[in-house]
Design a binder for this molecule. Structure first.
Ligand code: FCB
Length: 443
């Protein structure tokens, strides 16, 4: 018998998250397929290739794995370039494949959450300027109408846009994502158009499905000034926090997009979210740096003694998730953790990362904050954008050449958590004994 359990609210959604381009394979008609073909853009020039081969049918086996290991929900995205291969044509067969997937989920008592835009854009859209073009929000809304109308009998949880903050930061400031630009001016324009696209989609979804729950997934970084007493560290931390973490979601509440250096009124965006989608991976320490005007004079670093993932991409700092939850809570809307996870090929960090982050979620739920679910990134190793196959985020591992799945011990841990709807001291002792004292101090 367990001696101590952190229980989660009844009806909690337990799942994992994936994105179309990262798992489907053979996507040839979007900005990322073109980016992959451009030498030097992806680590080791790797390609998504067959990815996890979901398009050819592997979705069913992977979702069966999820179902059998206790998950009652799954977040997936649909690929605009498949459904609308040219501006004038719709591929109903492709759309029907997504209907088949979500219907399968519902028939297997898994709640689907569908993301309508997860970093990828059709080439025909990109070739007319993509999200730099003021007409794109209308085209996106048109796509959403078509897709939502087809899926609405099975889906009522929607993410319109995944991580608009990362999409803009990487595509128009850092240049690591397509279109690989570096321009604060264009970044502001694109962010504004994404807000407009979301607002238009929100209205259409509710028109088609009055009981829909619609949100946006923000990538929340907990940003801490290197020295609390130093205004020079505090200033860039506060500005970056406003632009990166807060601007988009605040605008969906107030209709004002406040990007510090530029403010834009978008009245039609006010009150266009039903829940807060929170993606959290890590916390950064912000140092004042005169050489970084493009980053508002802030240089981001992980703490010196951080508990780092395989490639150093993520530091295990669960307290940062608490900051994110606190921020999300101030919107007075339900909260869903739409992504959280760590790249960890040998699964030595993942068990404690998972437990410690869920412990923060539990704490928030016990403050009576309306936390509705948790989606782990990811179900199976998949193509990690410009980092290619170098990072392994899956509960299940993937042998990319053979498509073989490797059951990591984190699958067993997550299965126990989902089935118990909680975390017990026995689970911690079994999977991450090094943190037993931290989680259950009396043992
Ligand atoms: C997030 C993305 C997701 C995945 C994880 C690791 O920023 O939304 O697609 O790449 O990072």
């Amino acid at each position: 018998m367990p001696e101590g359990i952190y229980h989660f609210p009844r009806g909690f959604l337990w799942g994992s998250a994936t994105a179309a381009h990262q798992v489907e394979g053979n996507n040839t008609n979007n900005n990322w397929s073109r980016w992959e073909k451009t030498p030097g853009k992806i680590k080791n020039n790797e390609k998504s290739g067959a990815a996890c081969d979901w398009w050819d049918g592997n979705w069913k086996e992977d979702l069966t794995r999820a179902k059998e290991s206790g998950q009652n929900s799954h977040r997936l995205s649909i690929e605009w370039s498949r459904i609308q291969p040219t501006q004038e044509t719709w591929d109903d067969k492709a759309l029907y494949k997504y209907v088949e997937i979500v219907r399968w989920m519902v028939n297997h008592e898994m709640t689907p959450m569908v993301t309508l835009h997860h970093f990828t854009d059709p080439l025909w859209l990109v070739d007319q300027g993509g999200w730099e073009n003021p007409n794109t929000p209308i085209l996106f809304a048109r796509f959403c109408r078509k897709a939502v109308d087809a899926l609405k009998d099975y889906v009522n949880l929607w993410i319109t846009i995944n991580e608009p903050n990362v999409y803009v930061m990487e595509g128009w400031i850092e240049g690591k994502f397509p279109p690989g630009k570096s321009s604060l001016g264009l970044a502001a324009t694109v962010l504004e158009h994404l807000v407009r696209g979301h607002a238009a989609a929100y209205k259409i979804i509710h028109e088609l499905q009055p009981n829909a729950q619609v949100g946006v997934a923000v990538n929340y970084r907990s940003l801490k000034p290197a020295h609390d007493w130093n205004p020079l560290d505090k200033m860039p931390a506060a500005f970056q926090n406003q632009i990166f973490n807060n601007a988009f979601h605040s605008c969906l509440k107030t209709g004002l997009l406040n990007m510090v250096l530029k403010k834009v009124k978008i009245p039609e965006a006010a009150n266009t979210q039903d829940f807060i989608g929170l993606n959290y991976y890590s916390r950064d320490i912000v140092h004042f740096d005169i050489t970084k005007p493009g980053n508002l004079f802030g240089r981001l670093e992980y703490p010196k003694d951080a508990d780092l993932s395989t490639t150093g991409f993520i530091a295990n700092i669960p307290e940062g998730l608490w900051d994110g939850l606190k921020w999300a809570h101030h919107f007075e809307l339900p909260i869903i953790i739409t992504e959280n996870g760590v790249e960890d090929k040998d699964d030595s960090l993942r068990p404690r990362y998972l437990i410690e982050h869920l412990h923060q979620v539990w704490k928030a739920a016990n403050y009576n904050w309306r936390i509705k679910g948790y989606f782990h990134w990811s179900l199976v190793d998949n193509f990690e954008w410009e980092r290619g196959w170098s990072q392994r985020f899956g509960l299940w591992g993937l042998d990319v050449k053979t498509q073989e799945r490797i059951r990591r011990k984190s699958v067993d841990l997550y299965e126990e958590i989902c089935k118990e709807n909680g975390i017990s001291n026995q689970m911690v002792e079994k999977y991450a004994p090094e943190i037993l004292n931290k989680l259950f101090p009396s043992y």
